[in-house]
Ligand binder design. Structure first.
Ligand SMILES: [Zn+2]
Ligand SMILES: [Zn+2]
Length: 451
């Protein structure tokens, strides 16, 4: 990646110079990416003075791939290692049972944690480390999502998804030799999480134009590089070559870092993520399997692109303001719709979030006028979006799923995610614009009908 510089496999994180108005921080984190670097782990840890008593957290699948090697390396280097091996016949879930097993493995001498695995294992370690006030280290084993550098742990409590605020690892080690042995589905998931950034950028531009949102060109340029380099490496990623896997994990790590740089996820997540979260939550409520995070995001990105095509080809000059005002929901109508779409428990939580309410008619009118006056500018500024055909060609080359049906998402979940994904959090997107223009139902119908 052009902007990426290494010093002996350690990523050099430079100060960001940007006058967008946001605070830009550089995380105090050592990130190592390279082939065959796992053996350096004790040296990497030594530089951080994390202590000598460590709990290594892994599952039965990753234990054979890298977990055992990590335990051996650390013991040989003199660390007192306790192994928390999460043995499961089904895929490991980041739930109360897993968190409890870590607590039962640690003791008062424990000074830090090392997770060996991808998203789920990192999130388990992230949560326990944060709750016990201790540092943790992540040994990543798959380029499957951008959450290694996250500060939120998505966990399960019963069958409910909960997002726990937590910390980022002090050290992240991505050994490409290990990562390239991960199943292709995990790389497809990673690629989906990266291409979703197209939508995040388009929606952020829309938010800047319509609502004057602060927009960070430095973060966007990091994301542009991440996406561009992954898209250029599709064939290599599919073949699982070292170069391909390296581009993918670099893209994911860099995209994830923007969250730490500006302290929020505006640059990396918008409606494509909300739709993925919706599918996951509803599948959990139904007691059914759900697609992996990045795979869901990748498929959702295709539907959001279809929706953007509706928006960009619409003629907003003669919208019927009286009809739009007439259609406006009362708070009670909205509450009922959100509760029905998300289920009582999640719906209530979303409605109780701050600033997640209805806007006034005056504000709606203002936004409609800004959209009407700025459509040419909007079309020009979001011309970078790939066409649906271009995205589908990428998925074809990668061997990635293209439709909701292929990943087990039924028609009702797809439709509801398009209609109510915007209610997942208060973040302006093209779906909010459509809602405020009175076009949401019609455009969602067109997207679902023309699949
Ligand atoms: Zn993501
Ligand atoms: Zn900035």
């Amino acid at each position: 990646m052009a902007a990426m510089a290494y010093n002996e496999n350690r990523l050099m994180l430079e100060q960001i110079s940007c006058d967008c108005g946001l605070q830009h921080g550089v995380p105090d984190m050592d990130i190592y990416i390279g082939s065959g670097i796992l053996g350096q782990l004790p040296a990497y840890l030594g530089r951080r003075n994390l202590g000598t008593h460590v709990v290594v957290i892994t599952d039965n699948i990753v234990h054979d791939i890298a977990g055992r090697a990590v335990v051996d390396l650390l013991r040989q280097a003199g660390y007192a290692v306790k192994l928390c091996l999460l043995e499961r016949e089904e895929p490991l879930l980041p739930n109360e049972a897993a968190l409890g097993e870590v607590l039962l493995t640690m003791d008062t001498a424990t000074e830090f944690f090392v997770s060996v695995g991808s998203g789920t294992l990192t999130d388990i370690a992230r949560c326990v480390a944060s709750c016990t006030g201790k540092p943790f280290v992540s040994v990543g084993t798959a380029a499957s999502m951008d959450g290694y550098t996250s500060v939120i742990a998505p966990l399960l409590h019963g069958n409910q998804k909960v997002n726990k605020p937590a910390g980022y690892p002090e050290v992240l080690v991505c050994d490409i030799e290990i990562m390239k042995t991960a199943p292709p589905a995990m790389m497809i998931s990673g690629f989906g999480d990266v291409v979703g950034k197209y939508i995040a950028k388009a929606d952020w531009i829309l938010g800047r134009i319509v609502n004057g949102e602060t927009y960070c060109p430095a973060c966007v340029s990091i994301i542009d590089d991440a996406v561009g380099h992954c898209v250029a490496a599709i064939d290599e990623i599919r073949q699982g070559t070292e170069a391909g896997v390296q581009r993918l994990i670099e893209g994911l790590v860099m995209a994830g870092l923007t969250v730490l740089i500006i302290g929020h996820t505006r640059a990396v997540a918008s409606m494509e993520h909300n739709m993925g979260h919706y599918w996951e939550m509803l599948k959990l409520q139904r007691g059914e399997d759900h697609p992996s995070h990045g795979t869901a995001v990748g498929v959702a990105t295709g539907y959001v692109l279809r929706f953007y095509e509706q928006f960009l080809s619409a003629d907003l000059k003669d919208v019927d303001l009286a009809a739009i005002q007439e259609q406006r929901w009362t708070a009670a109508q909205r509450e009922q719709a959100v509760m029905q779409a998300y289920g009582q428990a999640v719906g209530r939580k979303l409605l109780d979030q701050e600033d997640n309410g209805l806007i006034s008619w005056d504000e709606q009118l203002r936004r409609i006028r800004v959209l009407q006056e700025n459509m040419d500018r909007i079309r020009a500024e979001i011309a970078f979006l790939p066409s649906l055909a271009e995205l589908m060609a990428m998925y074809e080359r990668l061997g990635a799923p293209k439709t909701a049906a292929e990943i087990g998402i039924e028609r009702d979940l797809l439709t509801n995610s398009l209609l109510y994904g915007k209610d997942y959090r208060n973040r302006y997107s093209v779906f909010n614009a459509a809602w405020e223009l009175g076009c949401l139902d019609e455009w969602v119908q067109a997207v679902v009908d023309n699949e």
